[in-house]
Design a protein around this ligand. Structure first.
Ligand code: ADP
Length: 204
């Protein structure tokens, strides 16, 4: 699925435009990176694509359909954020299954998807653990597994690796890149790290 922004503008108050006039097309299956210093409006842009923040002017389209007025749920995308927002009292497995259960998906279908997603991020053995019993990198992989299980074709990631140490960051970069390719995801990835942007992006 592709995403098109046409003359998108955002101000949180009348005095300051955070984003003035953004137009870009993100192609299907593209690894698209938004890079820039802290405060320049990266998260705002991502949140507008997700539907979590209303846009002031312009158009956001998914596959040529304008989605300005669609709520996040109806946009068929998944998100992975910086502070991974796992439910602390749920097991890894239940965390990954949560969104699917909320969508009232069939039990056997849920099981199949969760198992497959955990396998893909190499967490099959840790399904019964609670988030606090995991390392930062493992927690981040749970968040990724959730995105994988959802089967959405668009994934939004906001600085997903910024809580990790250098070693895990490099490893996870490779894993995200490989997953994106394998699943053919249209991935929009926010970072302030220029090296990350240069090494991962098809389009910056
Ligand atoms: P980045 O992700 O690049 O660090 P943000 O999109 O978070 O930047 O923020 C861009 C600008 O918008 C900043 O000046 C920030 O203070 C401001 N901003 C972000 N969210 C809000 C909000 N909910 N209300 C008012 N101003 C905001």
């Amino acid at each position: 699925m592709s995403i098109t922004l046409r003359n998108v503008r955002k101000d949180y108050d009348a005095q300051t435009d955070v984003l003035e006039d953004i137009s870009v097309k993100v192609e299907t299956g593209e690894f698209f990176v938004i890079v820039g210093p802290s405060g320049c409006g990266k998260s705002t842009l991502l949140r507008m694509i997700a539907g979590l923040t209303p846009i002031t002017a312009g158009e956001v389209s998914i596959d040529d359909k304008v989605v300005n007025d669609l709520p996040p749920k109806a946009r068929k995308l998944t998100m992975v954020f910086q502070n991974y927002a796992l439910f602390p009292f749920m097991s890894v497995w239940d965390n990954v299954a949560f969104g699917l259960k909320a969508r009232k998906m069939d039990q056997s279908d849920i099981k199949q998807r969760v198992d497959k997603a955990l396998k893909m991020v190499d967490l099959t053995e840790l399904g019964k653990r609670k988030p606090r019993e995991l390392s930062g990198g493992q927690r981040q992989r749970v968040a990724l597994a959730r995105a994988v299980a959802s089967d959405a074709k668009i994934c939004l990631m906001d600085e997903p690796l910024s809580n990790l140490d250098a070693q895990h960051r490099i490893k996870m970069r490779q894993e995200i890149y490989a997953l994106q390719r394998k699943l053919g995801l249209t991935l929009i990835y926010v970072t302030h790290d220029q090296v990350e942007a240069m090494t991962m992006a098809d389009h910056i």
